[in-house]
Every structure is written in structure tokens, then in C-alpha cells.
Design a protein around this ligand. Structure first.
Ligand SMILES: Cc1cc2nc3c(=O)[nH]c(=O)nc-3n(C[C@H](O)[C@H](O)[C@H](O)COP(=O)(O)OP(=O)(O)OC[C@H]3O[C@@H](n4cnc5c(N)ncnc54)[C@H](O)[C@@H]3O)c2cc1C
Length: 377
């Protein structure tokens, strides 16, 4: 299969990584985005993202995560940008919690280095967390924290270095099949291409060719709390954490701004929104009070009143696994969307897979669980 000119719609982390991988393999890439690289309107912003290798979402992700880890380092080398800090990761909850068990199972199955810590050991090594008597933590030393905004910029920088053309502030209004390929219309201009990669994140339901795909747009809210002892909350002392507790559940990130740590409360839900453009930019007082209560109960080293609350949009599928593959029912189009709250860490390998699919029609990576037609769309 020879593909000459490829349009990528969306340069969040997924489109940016795909642009990098395609252009480094010699493809001609036109990468459109309605906003600026690294913007905060979609899914790829908010200062930090978790990288984990012992994966509760399924052991079949481990080879993908390993490859992604290597590609994160490649991108750092290619652009001279620090993106991934391996600060380790905790999954903290009761020994019988399904997530605690799933992480252990995955680590055992793949022979991944890990430690099981009892509550006393957690108190000694990670006093930033309150652990109840009956709780345990699984420590994943290969986990860490990623920086989303610089990551998007680095991938696009590497793509441009390899010859890609970026078109920021170019919303794509129409994508139409032609006899030879596709015609993209943006801001009154037409662009004819051989293949389209749809990477629109939570805007997927807005693009006509993707309308039949089961992507639901949800709001994810992040809260930052000032740390009393800054040094104790930096990545060299505080791992990332997935916290599961009967009173609250959240992901927790070490301080990158020198002031605060971030949590993303899970127990308060990810409400469905009409679309990313309809995202409320202020949090309801009851949300802020509930997030404060979670911090007061489980994070003794912070002032339990959020100093920053920000909302983001993400596309979710019915089974929380992405849609990644040929777009059903059309020629020469690849879809990459619905990353369901865990796509960032995998973006480099997804970019590689996207490039494989576009350039060769297949991939050596095992992505059967991500087949876009698995829901019968
Ligand atoms: C708050 C939050 C926390 C998360 N935490 C983690 C985590 O810790 N670890 C992890 O691995 N994952 C995490 N995720 C998930 C991960 O961040 C997302 O899966 C990933 O960022 C999705 O990237 P994307 O490129 O698909 O979407 P986006 O970043 O939203 O990019 C889509 C792009 O397409 C553009 N676009 C859309 N339509 C058009 C159009 N018609 N014309 C032109 N441009 C268009 C948009 O402007 C946008 O830039 C989290 C997500 C959120 C929201």
C-alpha cells in the first residue's frame, strides 16, 4: 500500500504522536487542529498524567506500555525535553479491592517488579497518605508522571522536524470522500489527501464520518491542594497513586508546580456533557466540598481546600477501551478516539500503531481489543 498525503484531524497527544511517527517514516503529513498545540480545551492538558506498567485495565496492555515507555524516551532524546519522571506508583486500598487485585495479578502474570506494602509500611515510607489498618499498597517502581502540554509540543516539534505541516487554528468543517481519497475543508480552503486519520478526542461525535461510533463525552475534574511540606510532595518522595477507599477514590500526582499536588476524584463521577465546547469552567460547591473531604480524610500533608479546580473533556466507549483501527464502512481512513481516561501514557505506541495502519494496512501490535467495529458500528 502506498500512501502519499495524509491528513490528521486533531493534534492532541494522539494526533501529535501519529504525526511524529508518520512523518519520521517519510509520509507527507498535514495536521489540523481547531486550537493551539497543547491547549486546555480537550483531553491532553492539566499539568500531569500517570504512567503505569502493572495495568489494572488488562494485562494485554503490558507489551504496549513497554513499547510506549521506550518511545517516550525516544521523544525526550529527539527533542531534548524531559517528559516522563519515574517516581514509582502506588495502588492503595483494601487487599480485596478489585483494582488492587488486578494490579497484582498483572504484575505477577508479566513478571513485573512490584512490592506489596502493609499499612504500617505505607505510613513509614509514604506518610503523605493515610492508610487504614486493613489496607495495602502495591508499589510499581516503573510508574511515573508525564507532562502533557510539553509532550504534545515535543511530538509536534519532532513531526515538523521530520517534514510535517501543522495547521493550528484550522477547524475542519467537512471531510468528504472523493474518487481518489478525501477532501478536507477548513476555513474556506480545500485540501485533497489520500488518507485521513481521525484523532479528534472528545469531539468525535461532532465529525460526520464518526457519528455512528459509540463515544460518549464526559467531564473529568482535577483539583490542586497546597502541600504543607513542599519537599515531601515532590516526585522524588511522592509516587503517583491510585487511591481506592470506601469514602473516596482518586488518582494523585506529586507536586510539579512547587506549590500543590493534584488529585482527580473518581468517586464523584465523570458526568456526561454535550461536548467539550459545553464544558462548565467552574465546579459546583458540592463538588469542591466533597473533594475537600476526600483530601482531609486521606492526604494529611495538604491544606484540604482546593486552590485550583479545572475541568477537561474525554471521550469514553462502552467498555472503556479505545477505538483504534480502520474506520468501518469507508476507504482509506483510520480512527483513533475514545481513550476513556487512560490514553495518555499509551499515546506514543498508539501513534506508532496509527502509522503502521496508514502505511501498511496492519500492525504487529496486538490491538484486537481496540477494534472500532467491535460494537457493531
Ligand atoms: C483530566 C484527565 C485526566 C487523565 N488522566 C490520565 C492519566 O493519568 N493517564 C493516562 O494515561 N491518561 C489519562 N487521561 C486520558 C488521556 O489524557 C486522554 O486519553 C488523551 O489525552 C486523549 O488525547 P486525544 O488526542 O485523543 O484528545 P484531545 O487531546 O482532546 O485532542 C483532540 C484534538 O482534536 C482537535 N479537534 C477536534 N475536532 C476537530 C476538528 N473538527 N478540526 C480540527 N481539530 C479538531 C481538538 O482541538 C483537540 O486538540 C486523562 C484524561 C483527562 C481528561
Amino acid at each position: 500500500m502506498t500512501t502519499r498525503r495524509i491528513a490528521i484531524i486533531g493534534t492532541g497527544v494522539i494526533g501529535a504522536m501519529t504525526a511524529w511517527q508518520l512523518s519520521r517514516r517519510g509520509a507527507e503529513v498535514l495536521a489540523f487542529d481547531a486550537h493551539s498545540p497543547g491547549h486546555d480545551r480537550g483531553a491532553s492538558a492539566g499539568e500531569s498524567r500517570i504512567f503505569r506498567t502493572a495495568y489494572k485495565e488488562g494485562a494485554n496492555y503490558v507489551p504496549l506500555l513497554r513499547r510506549s515507555g521506550d518511545l517516550w524516551r525516544d521523544l525526550e532524546r529527539a527533542t531534548g525535553t524531559g517528559l516522563l519522571t519515574l517516581c514509582g506508583g502506588l495502588t492503595l486500598g483494601s487487599a480485596g479491592h478489585p483494582d488492587v487485585q488486578a494490579v497484582q495479578r498483572c504484575a505477577r502474570e508479566h513478571g513485573l517488579a512490584h512490592e506489596i506494602l502493609g499499612a504500617h509500611e505505607v505510613a513509614k515510607r509514604f506518610p503523605q497518605h493515610t492508610a487504614d489498618e486493613d489496607e495495602v499498597a502495591v508499589f510499581d517502581p516503573a510508574a511515573g508522571v508525564l507532562r502533557p502540554e510539553p509532550a504534545v509540543q515535543a511530538a509536534l516539534h519532532a513531526a515538523v522536524d521530520a517534514g510535517a505541516t501543522l495547521l493550528p487554528h484550522h477547524p475542519v468543517h467537512e471531510v468528504a470522500e472523493t474518487a481518489a481519497g478525501w477532501r478536507i475543508t477548513s476555513e474556506g480552503r480545500h485540501f485533497d489527501v489520500d488518507h485521513v486519520v481521525f484523532a479528534p478526542g472528545p469531539w468525535a461525535p461532532r465529525l460526520e464520518p464518526l457519528r455512528g461510533l459509540p463515544v460518549e463525552v464526559r467531564m473529568i475534574t482535577a483539583c490542586w491542594f497546597a502541600a504543607r511540606d513542599q519537599a515531601a510532595h515532590r516526585p522524588d518522595r511522592l509516587p503517583i497513586a491510585i487511591r481506592r477507599h470506601p469514602e473516596a477514590a482518586f488518582s494523585c500526582f506529586p507536586s510539579l508546580d512547587g506549590v500543590s499536588i493534584k488529585i482527580v476524584p473518581h468517586h464523584l463521577g465523570f458526568p456526561v456533557v454535550e461536548g467539550p465546547d459545553a464544558l462548565p469552567r467552574t465546579a459546583a460547591p458540592e463538588f469542591a466540598r466533597a473533594a475537600s473531604a476526600a483530601a482531609a480524610r486521606l492526604l494529611p500533608g495538604v491544606v484540604p481546600h482546593p486552590i485550583r479546580i479545572t475541568t477537561y473533556a474525554e471521550g469514553f466507549t462502552p467498555d472503556d477501551h479505545a477505538l483504534l483501527g480502520a474506520l468501518p464502512g469507508v476507504r482509506s481512513a483510520t480512527v483513533m478516539t475514545g481513550f476513556s481516561g487512560h490514553g495518555f501514557k499509551l499515546a506514543p505506541v498508539f501513534g506508532e500503531i496509527g502509522a503502521d495502519l496508514v502505511l501498511t494496512g496492519g500492525t504487529g501490535h496486538d490491538i484486537g481489543h481496540l477494534d472500532p467495529s467491535r460494537f457493531g458500528a
